[in-house]
Design a binder for this molecule. Structure first.
Ligand code: ATP
Length: 233
């Protein structure tokens, strides 16, 4: 479904990606792991058209998407839950959800407003609240709901549990488990290995702008040296 092949990315003259390569197949949950500043968010930004790419290629369902503007990338079916959430502060919950909503690339719309209310009932109690009047956890649910409302074929979550209270974090992990059971393809960046290992099919460990290890949860569980060297756990 998603194939990122040997891409490089720069911030001015400073290089952040040095030949990043990864893929996500239909129905898979794949993680990007690694310490801070190693290029995970830059990889996501490159995929969704927020950072320019030099060399290599990015394909989604066989179609070249590198260089497409962000709104066109959403249209091909990639929904992003960005690091820091980026909720529209001056729109209320309802407006945040419907502002960018659209049917999926195949024309189907399983993720309706009502479906998001069932997924996160707490948002239903806050419908008229503005984005900047929500707690961090509510904002995170809203960011996930907003990304689902484009009925994405691939959902990308960048640090979706960071900075949240434990109970809310559990709710986000439960949501990801549910999405997995529904067959949703997901690329997830997070630090919480104990939740990621049972959830994900495959993992990429990123170091200094490139993948230095890839494998299954079982392989990562057994590979203490990779966990020590690159993840600090
Ligand atoms: P984190 O978990 O801290 O977000 P990350 O693995 O996602 O880490 P990136 O945010 O992709 O890492 O950062 C990769 C490199 O690019 C780092 O050296 C970072 O300092 C640099 N970088 C990221 N954003 C910018 C920017 N807007 N301008 C300049 N350099 C940047």
């Amino acid at each position: 479904m998603l194939e990122v092949d040997d891409i490089k990315a720069f911030y001015g003259s400073s290089q952040a990606l040095f030949g990043m390569t990864l893929k996500v197949d239909t129905g898979e949950i794949v993680t990007l792991l690694g310490r801070n500043g190693m290029g995970k968010t830059t990889t996501v930004k490159a995929i969704v058209g927020q950072v320019g790419v030099k060399g290599g290629s990015i394909r989604f369902s066989g179609r070249k998407i590198a260089g497409l503007p962000a709104h066109r990338v959403a249209r091909v079916g990639i929904g992003l839950v960005p690091e820091g959430r980026h909720i529209f502060p001056n729109l209320n919950v309802r407006e945040n959800l419907i502002a960018t909503a659209r049917p999926g690339a195949d024309g189907s719309s399983p993720w309706t407003f009502a479906a998001i209310m069932r997924l996160f009932p707490r948002l239903g109690e806050r419908l008229e609240n503005m984005g900047d009047q929500l707690s961090g956890g509510e904002q995170q649910m809203l960011a996930i709901g907003r990304a689902l409302m484009i009925n994405p074929r691939l959902l990308i979550l960048d640090e979706a549990t960071e900075g949240l209270a434990p109970l809310i974090r559990e709710e986000i992990w439960n949501c990801l488990k549910l999405l997995k059971s529904m067959g949703q393809s997901i690329l997830v960046i997070d630090k919480n290995l104990s939740h990621l290992l049972p959830l994900a099919d495959r993992h990429y460990v990123v170091d200094k702008g490139q993948v230095v290890w890839e494998g299954s949860s079982e392989q990562l569980k057994c590979d203490e040296s990779v966990r020590n060297q690159y993840l600090g756990v």
